[in-house]
Design a protein around this ligand. Sequence first.
Ligand code: HEC
Ligand code: HEC
Ligand code: HEC
Length: 274
Amino acid sequence: MPGKPKRLEHPKIVYFVGFIFGLITIAVVIGVAYHLSFSPHGPAVLRPLTAKFEEGKSTILDEVRQHEEFEKHRHFHHTVSNPQLPEQKRPVCYICHSDYPHGKNKKVRALLNMHTQFFVCETCHLEQQEGQAATYKWYNPLDDDPKGPFFGTSYDPATGNLIEGDDPYSKISPYIHAGGKIESAIQRQDAPLALDYMKVKDTLTPEQRDNVKKKFHVNIKAKGHECKTCHSKGGILNFKQLGFAENRAMDLEQLNIAGMMTKYEKFYIPNLFQ
Ligand code: HEC
Ligand code: HEC
Ligand code: HEC
């Protein structure tokens, strides 16, 4: 009826019910908007936008970074930067393998990767021929006669930490005795096969690549040396000749390092001293 004043005094319950319906409406609107824009079940019209923001975020990369962080600290809490060699001076293995080549065996991969910071691959992976003798020396691709002191060869008497030395490039490397001389058993990236491979690698078929891989793997055994090959008395390394201090050599022979035993005995140590 016209002229009749609006009714103002609704019971409270009406406001309450109205409020609830309001909430439901908002929820439905948000749901529909989500369904249309981002939901994996809908047309996802706005997905490309979020993808843009998530760019550079990758679980794989995150894991790699984490792994790298871990490896860095693994090296006896070694915090010195690890300088990269010029490509031509790097061992040939790095054309195809990374600095962290061990991935399969979760229990030892970090430990094995740690060893690649002071060993070239062949120190563990060289397939020695029958009757062939090998000698191990520190090898520095930038210095024909590195003198050390080399990383980790002795303890700092003041702190008890390993000395770091100031030669970040040298690694222990095998040499084969041949006709009264010793010859390096490693291939570098400036070796003819490597240079040739770098030139043509992008044009090779997967089968051809596999064939070349086999050439690089000549004299490389699939499993590297076991721990006790070095960490034992009479192991293949002559610690004294390599410049290790006597107490350090003894610790390495026995892997007599505080905390070590409990940490690793579960997997590799049981076979270590057999
Ligand atoms: C042309 C590329 C290439 C070069 C150079 C290369 N590798 Fe490999 N290597 C491979 C590939 C590919 C595999 C197989 C990887 C896999 O199965 O995960 C492999 C596997 C291996 C394996 C595991 C056992 C096996 O045979 O599957 C070892 C050990 C190995 N490489 C060591 C080395 C060492 C040491 C060097 C340097 C002397 C080297 N590789 C150089 C490509 C290469
Ligand atoms: C301290 C010794 C040692 C050194 C140094 C070493 N390896 Fe190994 N490597 C091993 C052992 C032991 C295994 C077998 C691990 C297992 O499966 O138990 C292995 C296995 C591998 C495998 C196959 C299994 C995997 O973990 O993926 C590859 C590939 C490999 N090594 C590459 C390399 C390359 C490349 C280098 C040099 C950058 C290198 N290794 C240096 C000891 C070593
Ligand atoms: C080819 C010889 C060799 C093999 C094989 C080898 N190691 Fe070593 N390892 C060494 C040498 C040498 C060092 C010390 C390097 C340095 O300080 O410069 C070392 C260092 C270590 C350290 C660190 C010691 C410290 O003072 O913190 C541990 C732990 C270790 N090795 C455990 C192992 C285990 C476990 C295996 C088997 C999975 C193994 N190693 C295989 C030679 C070897």
